[in-house]
Design a protein around this ligand. Sequence first.
Ligand code: IVH
Length: 678
Amino acid sequence: MNTTEAKEKINKLSQSLREHNHRYYILNNPTISDQEFDMLLKDLEALEQQFPELQDDNSPTKRVGGDITKNFPSLVHKHPMLSLGNTYSKEEIMEFETRVEKLLEDKVTFVCELKYDGVAIGITYVDGKMTTAVTRGDGTKGEVITNNVRTIRTVPLQLIGEGYPQEFEIRGEIVLPKSQFERINRDRIAKGEPPYMNPRNTASGTLKQQNSSVVAARGLDTFLYGIYSEEKIADGHYESVMKAADWGFKIPNPKKKMILHCTTIDEIMEFINYWDEHRKDLPFEIDGVVIKVNDYDRQEMLGYTSKSPRWAIAYKFKTERVSTRLMDVTYQVGRTGAITPVAQLEPVLLGGTIVKRASLHNADQIEKLDIYINDYVYVEKGGEIIPKIVGVDTAKRTNNAQKVVFKNTCPDCETTLVRQEGEAQHYCPNQYGCPAQIKSRIEHFISRKAMDIDGMGPETIDLMYSQNLIRDYGDLYSLQRSDLLQLDRMAAKSVDNLLLGIENSKNIPFQRVLFALGIRFVGETVAKKLANHFKTIDALSHASEEELIAVEEIGERIAQSVKGYFIHEKNIETIRDLKFAGLQFELEESDAPKSDMLSGKSFVVSGVFENFSRNELKAAIESNGGKNVGSLSSKTDYLIAGDKMGPSKKVKAEKLNIRILSEEEFVGMIGGNENKNY
Ligand code: IVH
């Protein structure tokens, strides 16, 4: 193929991929399968590699990231990025409406929008191509993060349709959907890392990542809310936003009431009330609604203050907040030794549930709150499940209040805590002697996604530990029936079940055994990567730091942690015991994916099944290239429903248009009995 032919082919492929991307991410209406999409993308990648001179910064291949940006240059905004006047009071919204109409001496129309809780971005397009993406920064100048924004699927890299200005800037908010936030935190917890605080901070941290492929994997989304152009696009904001949809942008859906063009204060109030009630059902977080005068000429007439436009106002939702007494601060020890302070509260009703505890995150947070035992503290429930303390009612502080001083010894083994430079968390360094760490490592080892041993809750582990039956997860495999029968609350049937679970766990494949070991930073995905690469525990344990880093997605931090694990004599001994017991420490041929027929598809497995355990079904999904996800979201493709699945799951799946499969249907889908040997 010569260069001209290649150019033509690249153009054609890019055009087709752009259309399919738009259909999938913006219109929610794909016409080809994910596999077909991937094949087109691979063809394009191959051509670009063969003809590097034909590469384009806005090629659909840039969506997966990979570019490294060492530092982000600043750029002065053409139009300053202002903020919005805001209020929590509905009266002030009414006053805004009357003030505007009085100043203009006329009735006006308004646009109501959601106030997305994310990170503001300004994206410039020249001749239909994205050129730069800049953060808000200080409002006057921001940071150029173009490569990172290119990986967000809902940002068009090349516009479609016609009539867009030759050069313009589009502004909007980058948000991290709740489902992605939860997924990221699940992964972090599995790796022994502290979870992130909220979706907004996580989105902001993600956008500052130097490696754009990390950004690509995070699943960010965008909504636009403003267009700045010298050329006139339309008479008003609403019409401009609708036009932007024709050019390929993701805009709020009017049919889902996410944007409203209206004329009366009653309609504005209805919009506010509707979203105050329904915001919990949205897949991303909002912190209020924004009301804007629609007509551009009238916006101009109203003008700006030094900080914000006079033609717009934000109504912020009140987060439910209660005040209660802080009775004590206790400390939890994680399996990696991370210490988390927990506020013990006088029970109080918040958002329909009784709250007794709140996370205090770390020592800095305690310092920042300047909190005392017996203080009355304000507790809020944000998007997260765990409530948080947002402040202290210092007026109510009494004489018996005692300042909370972060513990300097481990609450369990009393070893002096350490805190590494640059880390927020304190750690107990007594990895192999601290009972709390040992017990929670055992809990992790037997957990569902690891060795999947049923019948041993935290209390049983506690009991076995205190009776000296287990000192490590390696000891599980030498437990005797007679020892277990002596334990309180362990009936013969439970003992047999537990022993059976332990026996069955010997068939768990290598990558899950590796995850079960609980090496810091080695979560499920990393364990899989390492197992696939090194194939055996011996090869892995002898790998040098350089060899580890050479594996895709393994960085210095993980490499050091893995090396550190295998240096320790205690761990070598444990692995020897586990090998002797018959656990899988080598990758079996059959562990590698059997097919990729489910590639790109995500599944939720729920309920009890006739022929398979939940984990067997999950293994079958993975060995055919599919992905298991924890909860249903608009991105889930299938729900495999067994007996005893809660009715709410079914309702949610139907609402999200997710296909529900029975056990048989799923087995049929992956090729029935031929594929039985997953
Ligand atoms: S309009 C001239 N509309 O809120 C003001 N902003 O507090 C232009 N935001 O920096 C902003 N949703 O990051 C506008 N529908 C929306 C918004 C929105 C979220 C953010 C934006 C802005 C901040 C102002």
